[in-house]
Design a protein around this ligand. Structure first.
Ligand code: FO1
Length: 459
């Protein structure tokens, strides 16, 4: 018998006051779309074993998740097909139901007389709304498990943090308790037979999504590809990470963000692999700083600031300084369509936008330059904020994620940053320009890589 599953109870919280009942346990999978290294699945296994009940997994397919185009649903569906296969090996069925979870889930749980329902954690308003709707309508207990963060978001801090320097000591104080290995899922009461697999093509045809934004070629979705990508990063590029992570030509970045966004990879597992690698301490800690401190700071921002997706959510000092400069003359002004089509006067900015359009990933350092130039060349700061978010969510495979919301809010709204020397348009928001990029990396090479040599020569 495999050793019993032990889970730190601080990772779990109840979302209603009902008790467990005599029926199957359902893991309502949403954020963490993977079988391995998944605390929500592990908790649901533990609950099922303790209740003497079978476990099943449910995914509620929203018709249009925050406007996600086909590029994202394609990545997600291919990952879910793999999850279905991995669950079948545990004797667990995956059911996908279509429609708004607030309506479909209570009905499904009642129909199958669910004994308990376990959800994973997301700080996003839409998903929190789903859970609030479901919690009161369910006739069984509803639990929420933070399977996305190393330190549970609600435990790390009771409030919105100002910057990495304020949350870092709180996260590090709990790192020893939570940056741990995972037990393996094991189940004792599964049925002998499973229903046939889901009809995925039918599901995909139901989607009301923008099919013109197609899947990104060359990136393989799913748990196995995520682990392979992590392995190649830790064995290779991690050893150059500290020095080269801000150089978009170096390829030193992990490229893990789409897998982390869809939960096809556990950040905790990735951090453990990095910490245990043979790379130099500076590289290991630089990666953990991004993956643990910065990422969980973003979760904190979205969890405690309901206006994380709007200009209104930024700090008062930033709003004030930007509004004082709202009437400054802009050197250039572009419409959302001109930005979307990479039609500005700046070859470097166009290269970053082209990278986003074609690869669905924009390099972390370039995303800052890219967003700050949208601020500089938009009619108002609020318009810039919305344009940057719209483009990021439409094209970035890790769009609609706390990291993306905070990336834009940091670049344009000074979130988690501080006031700098005041200047035109930016006010006291940190300024970046192409000279700064030229000091960091080979700009003509990046432009040539992204847009062909055409525009590189202009630089
Ligand atoms: N989560 C769901 O539970 N159901 C969906 O249909 C769904 C679609 C979806 C599309 C694009 C995307 O970027 C995320 C999507 N997610 C969906 C949510 C995702 O897995 C995370 O839970 C959220 O991004 C919250 O962080």
């Amino acid at each position: 018998m495999a050793k019993a599953i032990t889970i730190d109870e601080r990772r779990v919280r109840r979302l209603n006051e009902r008790d467990d009942g005599p029926g199957p346990v359902i893991y309502w999978m949403s954020r963490d779309q993977r079988v391995r290294h998944n605390w929500a699945l592990l908790y649901a296994c533990q609950k099922a074993n303790r209740l003497g009940q079978p476990l099943e997994v449910l995914f509620t397919l929203a018709p249009a998740f925050l406007g996600a185009p086909m590029r994202h649903y394609d990545f997600m569906f291919r990952g879910l097909r793999e999850v279905e296969g991995n669950l079948r090996e545990l004797g667990v069925r995956l059911t996908v139901i279509y429609g708004e979870p607030g309506e479909t889930l209570p009905e499904y749980a009642a129909k199958w007389n669910a004994g308990a329902l376990v959800a994973d954690f997301s700080p996003l308003k839409l998903v929190r709304g789903w859970k609030q709707a479901v919690a009161s309508l369910l006739s069984c207990a509803l639990y929420e498990v933070d399977a996305h963060n190393i330190v549970p978001c609600w435990l790390a801090s009771p409030k919105q943090e100002y910057a990495a320097r304020t949350i870092r000591p709180k996260l590090n104080a709990l790192r020893g308790d939570f940056l741990t290995d995972f037990p393996e899922p094991e189940l004792r009461y599964q049925p002998d037979t499973l229903p046939p697999p889901m009809k995925w093509d039918e599901m995909e045809s139901l989607l009301q999504t923008d099919r013109s934004i197609k899947a990104v070629p060359g990136i393989e979705p799913g748990e196995a590809a995520a682990i392979a990508r992590l392995r190649s990063f830790v064995d290779g590029r991690l050893s150059r990470y500290a020095d080269e992570r801000n150089d978009p030509n170096s390829g030193a970045v992990s490229g893990l963000s789409p897998y982390l966004h869809f939960g096809q990879l556990s950040a905790q597992h990735a951090a453990l692999e990095a910490v245990r690698s043979s790379a130099a301490e500076a590289n290991r800690e630089a990666f953990v700083e991004e993956l643990f401190i910065r990422r969980e700071l973003s979760e904190n921002y979205c969890y405690y600031n309901g206006r994380y997706d709007s200009f209104d959510g930024i700090p008062e000092w930033a709003k004030k300084t930007l509004m004082e400069h709202a009437d400054d003359r802009r050197d250039a002004l572009y419409t959302p369509e001109q930005f979307e089509r990479a039609q500005t006067h700046d070859p470097l900015w166009n290269a970053a936008q082209t990278e986003l359009l074609e690869t669905g990933i924009i390099h972390g350092y370039m995303r800052m330059y890219w967003a700050k130039k949208i601020l500089e060349w938009s009619a108002t700061p609020a318009a810039a904020f919305d344009i940057a978010l719209m483009l990021n969510d439409r094209y970035a495979l890790d769009g609609r994620d706390p990291n993306g919301y905070v990336g834009v809010a940091w670049s344009i709204g000074g979130v988690h940053d501080r006031p700098w020397v005041e200047r035109q348009v930016f006010g006291k928001i940190r300024y970046m320009n192409s000279n700064g990029c030229k000091r960091k990396f080979d700009v003509p090479r990046y432009i040539a890589e992204m847009t062909g040599s055409s525009q590189a020569s202009l630089f």
